[in-house]
Design a protein around this ligand. Structure first.
Ligand code: AMP
Length: 417
């Protein structure tokens, strides 16, 4: 299947050629025809599958081919959970739409609203927004949603995780009843299904390549190590492996700051990226990292969600996420578009149960290694990640267990659902 066969117009095909895209990804092949048909969509797709082009391409074309009722009224509203994702969607819209007369802009919180208001005043066809700033500017009458014809909810699961459900409902009430709705989500909890059921009309379900297939392409290694030795181990791995571009995940903002500082003291340029950083600091950190002037980006899950860093060679789970799906999102930053990628997880005794949950989700056990001088002293049986027969001969072993039931082969209970 080619982009041309999907019915995309010449200006879009030209832009795609400039991007170097040769063929549509599976989610694009499935979504684009349905969007063209005007159907509502319930799409299961995570970042890295090409989902953004799956909705931006057909929407750009539809707008360019049908006259608007009112000139430069907002006809497409794209809601996203984070500023970074919003900015990336806008960048894609601008790249793909460079030969079309379609205007797009982005609004999000954490920065001054004035430039955003100025951009809105000029007239906009496509608006990418995070929910809070959208409601804020709507209540100030700086924008109108009366002419919206297509609504996209991107990374809907993350929006609910971040507490945006009420905002989403308020936004839905501001939109015309007659419209196309596209919902993208990496996971489908009960809450997502309820939300989808409340506003999608006979949605077509589309699914990207199952997560596990994507995950299996990425080389994954677990290093068993004591918690206190993690900082020196990661520094050793980065230095000895001469890794130049590394994305490291921590569980907390504080942890991200502390680790970045420690790396800096050890001669590795590192910047933390998390929700407490100003938008400008986050944008700069990401730009420096992409350019190669910063070697390590230390991120929390929410900050990293949706970051578009193509061809990232190394992802390190410095701490194991509480939610198994986050592991899949994290390592999805590597091995994109057929590129080789390596994902490493530093697992301490306290995190063994969390790792079991991940193994259950991805359906296989990544190889486990230890490094000389970093062997864990909180000893665990060799088949640690899948073996539930271990003896509790250390007090530490039960610390931080999310749920003791997860030890009796009933598997991990995700936070969501
Ligand atoms: P997304 O899942 O939308 O975040 O896209 C992930 C990455 O894949 C982005 O860097 C896109 O620019 C890239 N991409 C999207 N569609 C294609 C395609 N058909 N061929 C190659 N790369 C693509």
């Amino acid at each position: 299947m080619s982009f041309k066969n999907l019915g995309l117009s010449e200006p879009l095909l030209k832009a795609l050629r400039l991007q170097g895209y040769e063929n549509p990804t599976p989610i694009q092949e499935k979504s684009i025809p349905e969007v063209f048909q005007g159907k509502d969509l319930l799409a299961s797709a995570q970042t890295g599958t090409g989902k953004t082009a799956g909705f931006t391409l057909p929407l750009l074309q539809m707008l360019s081919e049908t006259p608007s009722r009112k000139r430069r009224a907002i006809r497409v509203l794209i809601l996203t959970p984070t500023r970074e994702l919003a900015a990336q969607i806008l960048a894609n819209l601008e790249q793909y739409g460079q030969f079309l007369d379609i205007r797009s802009t982005v609004i999000f919180g954490g920065v001054s609203a004035n430039p955003q208001i100025t951009a809105l005043r000029k007239g906009i066809d496509i608006l990418v927004a995070t929910p809070g700033r959208l409601l804020d500017l709507e209540s100030q009458r700086k924008l109108s949603l009366h002419e919206v014809e297509h609504l996209v909810l991107d990374e809907a699961d993350r929006m609910l995780d971040m507490g945006f459900l009420r905002d989403i409902k308020r936004i839905l009430n501001l939109l015309p009843k007659q419209r196309q709705n596209l919902l993208f989500s990496a996971t489908f909890s009960k809450e997502i299904k309820t939300l989808a059921g409340s506003f999608l009309h006979n949605p077509v379900m589309v699914e990207a390549t199952p997560e596990n297939t994507t995950v299996e392409k990425i080389e994954q290694t677990i290093y068993r190590v004591d918690k206190k030795k993690k900082p020196s181990l990661i520094i050793k791995l980065i230095k000895e492996g001469n890794w130049q571009q590394v994305l490291v995940f921590t569980r907390t903002k504080y942890g991200a700051n502390k680790l970045a500082e420690k790396m800096g003291k050890n001669g590795i340029s590192a910047v933390p990226i998390h929700g407490n950083k100003s938008q400008n600091a986050r944008t700069k950190a990401l730009a420096d990292f992409k350019r190669g002037s910063v070697r390590v980006l230390v991120a929390t899950d929410i900050a990293a969600r949706g970051l578009d860093i193509p061809l990232l060679p190394h992802v390190v789970n410095y701490e194991i996420p509480n939610v198994p799906e986050d592991y899949v999102h994290r390592i999805g930053r590597t091995g994109r578009a057929g590129a080789e990628g390596e994902a490493i997880s530093l697992v301490s005794i306290e995190e063994v149960d969390l790792m079991k949950g991940i193994v259950k989700l991805i359906g296989f056990s990544p190889r486990t290694k230890t490094i000389d001088g970093y062997e864990p002293t909180d000893v665990m049986p060799a088949k640690s990640a899948t073996n539930n027969q271990q003896q509790n001969n250390s007090k530490n072993k039960n610390r931080n267990r999310p749920n003791n039931k997860s030890r009796n082969n009933r598997g991990f209970k995700p936070r969501r659902n």
